[in-house]
Design a protein around this ligand. Structure first.
Ligand code: SF4
Length: 237
């Protein structure tokens, strides 16, 4: 018996050749080595159309490279089983609010620049100890889940504020900021909070929870932004 076939309707655009974007359909047999949306994309690229461009790396939901819009929601292609979509048609678009470099590949520079702005590294604010910075299990537990962010940008693309305000730091950068603010080893909380206290920081969030709905790691950037707002109102600036 032949395998079930699913239609992949894929966003295509090569700015050097195409006047405007279009969708191209491919019939993909599901089963065997083709189980996830990412498997389907590799099937297309390797057997049907070598010109299709997309990003991927770890194929295990860890690197965040294959984030895209899949049947109406931002997700990782590698950890989206085709069967979970319950559809014979899979519509794929690139991440939103970002320049399209080609097909499903976007320019993530604005996303990374905002990540850089939050200083994503520990700033202990005191000389290093003789051995190492230690942390109690309870203190570690406070940042445990926040460390799971893989910077896939699903939340960034789903956020309506990043669409309208190009300078807004966005949910991922603000969640990462909260990760360092909550870390008992960091000693520059005031400096950090000043970074997110401006018009383009935490106060710009409309708390719509789109970011939470799409996060493949089940994180809650809106909750992190609320944590930052609470810190801001109680901190003596
Ligand atoms: Fe991706 Fe979630 Fe991190 Fe946003 S918070 S970048 S959706 S892992």
């Amino acid at each position: 018996m032949g395998r079930k076939q699913v239609t992949f309707k894929v966003f295509r655009f090569d700015p050097e050749k195409d006047k405007r974007p279009y969708f191209k359909k491919y019939l993909v047999p599901v089963g065997g080595n083709v189980l996830t949306v990412l498997d389907g994309l590799y099937y297309i690229q390797q057997r049907l159309d070598g010109s299709l461009a997309f990003r991927s790396s770890c194929r295990a939901g860890v690197c965040g490279s294959c984030a895209m819009h899949i049947n109406g929601k931002y997700r990782l292609a590698c950890n989206t089983p085709i069967s979970s979509l319950n559809s014979r048609k899979i519509v794929l678009r690139p991440l939103g609010h970002l320049e399209i470099l080609r097909d499903l590949v976007v320019n993530l520079d604005p996303f990374w620049k905002k990540y850089e702005l939050i200083k994503p590294y520990l700033m202990p604010g005191s000389p290093p100890p003789e051995k190492e910075w230690s942390q109690s299990p309870d203190d570690r537990a406070r940042v445990d889940i926040l460390i799971d962010c893989i910077l896939c940008a699903c939340c960034y693309s789903s956020c309506t504020v990043t669409l309208t305000d190009k300078n807004y730091l966005g949910p991922a950068a603000l969640l990462q900021m909260n990760r360092f603010v909550q870390d008992s080893r960091d000693g520059e909380i005031k400096e950090r909070l000043l970074i997110v206290n401006g018009d383009d920081g935490a106060w710009r969030c409309h708390t719509m929870f789109n970011c939470q709905v799409v996060c493949p790691k089940n994180l809650n950037p809106s909750g992190s932004i609320a944590d930052l707002k609470r810190k801001l109102v109680t901190l003596n600036m």
